[in-house]
Write a protein that binds this ligand. Structure first.
Ligand SMILES: [Zn+2]
Ligand SMILES: [Zn+2]
Length: 230
């Protein structure tokens, strides 16, 4: 099935966020923003679970109720290999299976990454600071130091390198940090819940800008995040 260009950016944004930057096939989970892919593009494909037309993979499973092919509910984010496989063998990959993959994706990903609910706060802290540390290191090395110039020349090499790192490492790390914190919400204080909410909004803005190329308003990284679970 073809990849439509008409997918609304809100839908794209939700798909990318919920994929955590990984193929949603549970036995694949390949990173969709490969570090070693020198270019500035991701390899993610938005696959239609049910196609637009009367033909195409799984078209006979079209639900009888009102149906929007380009909706979030009908799309799944896959690597090109998995997209090809599910479209070539639709009988082996029915709609219900694909929707299950998607529904369970973050749990599957969290398991594959060894994310658990810890007994103690400080264990949760160790888990998040590792990912945070990597982001900080990349930030130091690659972030455009002159914010103003960066704004004026988004085509510059610095801006490209930065965007590439953002998609291949920083955002997946952010999604991972979010997964760890969500899994350990029982250890969050009320203040930390508020900080976490701001942090999620910050990451949403980054995703909007660097993945969906929408220049939305991203709120700043809440500095108090550095002390989460401390
Ligand atoms: Zn397709
Ligand atoms: Zn895949």
């Amino acid at each position: 099935m073809s990849v439509r260009r008409s997918i609304p950016s809100n839908t794209k944004l939700r798909l990318f966020s919920e994929s955590g930057g990984h193929c949603q096939h549970p036995r694949c989970l390949k990173p969709l923003f490969p570090v070693d892919m020198g270019g500035d593009r991701h390899i993610a494909e938005m696959a239609h679970v049910i196609p637009h037309g009367e033909t195409g993979p799984r078209h006979e499973q079209r639900p009888s109720e009102e149906f929007e092919a380009d909706s979030f509910e009908n799309l799944i984010l896959l690597c090109p290999t998995c997209h090809t496989i599910i479209d070539k063998a639709p009988d082996s990959y029915p709609r219900s299976m694909l929707l299950d993959w998607k529904r369970n994706h973050l749990i599957t990903l969290v398991h594959s990454q060894g994310i658990i609910c810890y007994e103690e706060r400080k264990q949760a802290r160790y888990a998040v600071i590792a990912a945070m540390g990597e982001n900080k290191a990349i930030w130091k090395e690659f972030a455009p130091c002159d914010g103003a110039n960066f704004e004026f020349d988004p085509e510059s090499e610095t801006a490209n390198a930065w965007s590439q790192r953002m998609r291949s490492v920083i955002l997946p790390n952010h999604y991972r940090i979010q997964a760890i914190i969500s899994k350990n919400q029982c250890h969050l204080t009320v203040e930390e819940q508020e900080i976490f909410a701001q942090y999620q909004e910050h990451v949403r803005g980054l995703t909007e800008r660097h993945v969906c190329c929408v220049s939305g308003i991203a709120i700043r990284y809440p500095q108090d995040m550095d002390g989460i679970f401390a």
